[in-house]
Design a protein around this ligand. Structure first.
Ligand code: AMP
Ligand code: ZN
Length: 303
């Protein structure tokens, strides 16, 4: 480990695993870092192979109107990111360039586009699934992976503003969805144990905004709707959520009018894997030199 690197972020940057961009939480990644991510991705696929999930990949931006309808801005306005673009004429362009040259604000020359940044891999899925009409008897399972954006700049390398989230999402009856989450709570622990990482599982809440948010957060905890698999990475006292197990009840089913085969409002659940978080946890616990990682871990990641 590097003597002159006091923090985990410094170590990852010094070793070239992450590449600085000048913005906290926005990093490039080295080839080796990506090999670890790819290995973890394949391990997830092997673990979930029996689910026969439908693979869908969305770009890291989603339809703004659908995003507005999803309720994200009600719960997490502080995390959302929107895409803006220039829509003016030659005169506006000249003003923009003058402002740039003078170091003045130029962004009022931009307008909001129809695209927002995807906040969680499953957000674009629900309206897509809803369009298919009532669910089959067995419900549906999807396999997703997306770069996500959350405006939460931080010096902790595990809290990034643009990061990848792999997910399995279950849409079905309450029984199907609850069984899925229970099953993945077990599988997730077995998977992380295979990687030789210390962990614990705990009830959790999302960072709902404001005063109303505090009520939502405590009700989410009381109802046990969110569990996280936590690995000590930056510190022992505040371990990092590397996997999440979320039961949304009928929140997305009623927002998007997704119906079960019997015509009831569908319930949904998802298991989310923080790809960068798990990779960084591996570097933290097994060292920055992948060649020296335990053989079982290298095997599990096909490294
Ligand atoms: P969540 O929707 O908050 O449950 O996030 C799903 C998973 O994504 C979490 O378990 C984390 O592993 C990962 N994650 C969430 N926020 C971040 C972030 N800011 N940086 C990196 N990974 C994150
Ligand atoms: Zn999700």
């Amino acid at each position: 480990m590097c003597e002159a690197c006091p923090t985990l972020l410094d170590k990852l940057l010094h070793k070239g695993l992450l590449v600085e961009t000048g913005i906290d939480g926005l990093y490039g990644r080295s080839g080796l870092f990506e090999q670890v991510i790819d290995g973890f991705d394949r391990l997830i696929s092997r673990t979930g192979a029996d689910q026969k999930a439908e693979v869908l990949r969305f770009p890291p931006g989603m339809n703004r109107v659908l995003f507005e309808k999803s309720g994200y801005l009600k719960s997490f306005p502080q995390l959302a990111g929107t895409v803006h673009s220039f829509g003016g004429n030659d005169k506006d362009h000249a003003v923009l360039l003058d402002r740039l040259a003078e170091g003045q604000p130029w962004w009022d020359k931009q307008e909001m586009t129809d695209i927002v940044l995807t906040p969680a891999a499953c957000y674009p899925l629900y309206p897509t699934a809803a369009k298919r009409g009532p669910l089959p008897e067995d419900g549906l399972i999807f396999d997703l992976n997306s770069y996500c954006f959350r405006h939460e700049p931080s010096k902790e390398p595990t809290r990034q503003q643009m990061f990848r989230m792999r997910e399995y999402v279950r849409i079905g009856t309450p029984d199907q969805v609850v069984a899925f989450r229970k099953n993945w709570l077990e599988r997730g622990q077995a998977l992380i144990a295979k990687l030789g990482l210390p962990f614990n599982v705990d009830v959790a809440n999302d960072p709902f905004f404001g005063r109303a948010g505090r009520v939502m957060a405590s009700s989410q905890r009381d109802l046990g709707l969110k569990f996280e698999l936590l690995v000590p990475v930056n510190s022992e006292e505040n371990p990092t959520a590397c996997l999440s197990f979320n039961y949304h009840q009928d929140h997305f089913g009623s927002t998007w009018n997704i119906r079960t085969a019997a015509g009831e409002t569908a319930h949904t659940a998802c298991v989310g894997f923080g790809m960068e978080r798990v990779a960084i946890a591996l570097f933290r616990h097994h060292g920055l030199d992948v060649d020296k990682w335990p053989a079982e871990v290298r095997d599990a990641l096909s490294l």
